[in-house]
Design a protein around this ligand. Sequence first.
Ligand SMILES: Cc1cc2nc3c(=O)[nH]c(=O)nc-3n(C[C@H](O)[C@H](O)[C@H](O)COP(=O)(O)OP(=O)(O)OC[C@H]3O[C@@H](n4cnc5c(N)ncnc54)[C@H](O)[C@@H]3O)c2cc1C
Length: 428
Amino acid sequence: MGKKILVWFRNDLRLHDNEMLVEAIAKSDEILPVFFFDPRQFEITRYQTIKTGAIRARFLLESVADLRSSFKKFGGDILIQLGKPEDLLPTLVSTYEITEVYHHREVASEETAVSTQVEDLLWKLRVNLRHFIGHTLYNKEDLPFPIKDIPDVFAQFKKKTERDAIVKPCFVTPTYINFVEVEHWGDLPSLTDLVVNEDVKNLATSEEFVGGETVALKRLDEFLNAGETIALSNTSLKKTEVISKLSPWLALGCLSPREVYWKMKEAEANYGLKPYFNQIVVGLLWRDYYRFMFKKHGNTFFKPAGFKNDAKINTHQDNELMKAWKAGNTGQPLVDAVMHELNTTGYINNTSRLLVATYLIYQLKLSWVVGAAYLEEKLIDYAPASNWGNWATVAGVGNDLRLTGSFDFEKQLKNFDPKGVYAQALGA
Ligand SMILES: Cc1cc2nc3c(=O)[nH]c(=O)nc-3n(C[C@H](O)[C@H](O)[C@H](O)COP(=O)(O)OP(=O)(O)OC[C@H]3O[C@@H](n4cnc5c(N)ncnc54)[C@H](O)[C@@H]3O)c2cc1C
């Protein structure tokens, strides 16, 4: 019997720069790609928000559909399963006589708990679950410090990492794949199958954010080669602020951070260094930092008191005020405009995120964890470490003490939109 490896896709929905896939192809005779739509990802949370709102769910469906069509070009497909990986994987392993399972390890507790459970179940079947870590710009083993010694101060992490670590080259996109024979690869669920706690009838269509590796690579190419035009169309506010809007694809792994980095280096060689290139690298370093901090500190980022056990935290949950903030009905025009943008598109830029979070915490004096849970529902680019890490920082309970206490709403408002142009443009 030939060696068959089951490749369990999660937030790594791509063929390019995918070590797990490259290894699986090299080490096996046939691979079986699988994706699980896990119902837990669409449930109501303890904060009465939905774990994955309709906009992100649609983006996810598009991303899996794109991966499916990529595999079809190689004469195969991806097996679609509805249910929990720990319930379904053991049966799949037996049915298809799988010899090993490959997957990417996550850093947030719910995802790592699933991995551990699957690992134990597979162990009983004498099948190994191999872990890959492929979400960051810098590999953990290339950092100049072990995880437990990574500096909590972002500035120190950045300085030492940039000085002493290297960004590895990308893994080559596969040119051939042999697939396990499967009779029914399974249909993709519909949006209404997944999103049972939300009315999706009036969901606005989005031409800007379409899920999948194909659009991600196109978008990266357009951004780097026509960056200034795109960048300017995004800068309603400060001229210096350039945003790539690549985060949704990075969050689901349709785009690898290393691909962004190396394509940027290519663009730099062709057109010279653009000031916003560096800004994107800094963004990717923030992304790495929060992921590594999650690995180092675990669940602390989800706790209202965070890293400050003695902190006076707002646990106030005035439902009416919270509802007004969520719906963009607070009466503060800019906050309301930004919340409307979030609710209709799933995307707001970093300045906007800081503004609405600061407003919730310091003006409305409401519980930051409920705010974070609401963004978890709505953001099209939601990533546990980036969302909860940034929220904890704004709430003043994060692990980088240098960043606490620097969130002044009035100051942010002045910097953000001195003439009220943005709020007006958004119809507030
Ligand atoms: C309250 C709050 C919640 C946030 N929640 C998320 C989230 O769930 N998912 C998410 O990807 N980002 C989150 N961010 C970080 C940041 O706002 C977004 O990554 C950024 O706005 C995405 O836009 P962009 O792709 O144009 O970023 P660019 O400026 O072009 O940056 C390039 C990439 O770097 C990463 N990045 C940039 N800034 C940060 C940052 N501060 N922290 C972590 N990663 C960063 C993103 O992957 C981004 O795509 C949050 C920030 C705040 C203040």
